[in-house]
Design a protein. Sequence first.
Length: 320
Amino acid sequence: MTIKGGGNVGIGVTNPSEKLVVDGKVIINNTTAPNNLAQLNIGSTGGGETRAIDIDGNWQNSESKSITFTHGSASTEMVGQINCVYNSPSSSIRWGKLYHGGDSSTYTMELESTSLTTANLTVAGSIQMADDTATASAAKVGTMRYRTATNEPVAVTGIDFITNGDFATDTDWTKSSNVSISGGQATFTANSAAQYIIQGSLWPANSLSGQKVQLTYTVISNSLNAGNFRIGGYTGASAFTLTGLPTTVGTHSVTLDVRTSVGDDNAIDLYVTNAATSGVFVIDNVALIEVTEEDASYADMCMQTGASTYEWVNIVRNTY
């Protein structure tokens, strides 16, 4: 060890040019429990401190610098490498494996920054995606996800059995006295009695007996003080057994079984129960299609679908 008069320290060198110069390996260890964490702290700034490993210098075009992870000196003992290369005017960060003995490094992933706002990602090999359950948003645009679904409803023909499901006119629905259809909406006003809309003869008698359908509707508003929104059981001709339906604002899809029976049980009956004594319940865009249920896997992408609307859009679907 050499300690110069100016304060420079050398380990393995006799004429250190900086505060600490080491010729050889440096092992930083920490045996203190509980973390046993070895750290190289550079640039500590106190509260809200920043700690980093800063690899700096007079970078030349096509020059690269690396952080390499190893547990020995043989090529088989190399774990991996993070490499930064400067190719004026762009720069890249590469992940991969460095080989000793004159062998070339192999980088399986490279992120190239071509400008202050543009970057390209290159991957040599496969990319594995996981599910992303976050709501589609502007921040998610361009994001891809992989997901699986069990008993996923799939349209058989896509034909909507409902007529005037958008309530464009006050027709085609049989309704109770406290239900109004106007302005493209159906409004249920509570008054301690069940308030309903019914539409019959949706399909030929018994033609869908035992099959599945998907009901879709949009709740515009809900100020009911009590009670439920239901389908089935109000009229004897209903195609469905009594089922409670979601009442929160938004669009809902519910898969239903068509009753196995005889006769013309082919009506839809939607109603607010008599437990509601005040408030209104407003719906729109009622649709009913035949579906079958399948197990499937999906690759989706979040895309912008309007001026300020975003959706997860399916790119590939595979049934199994």
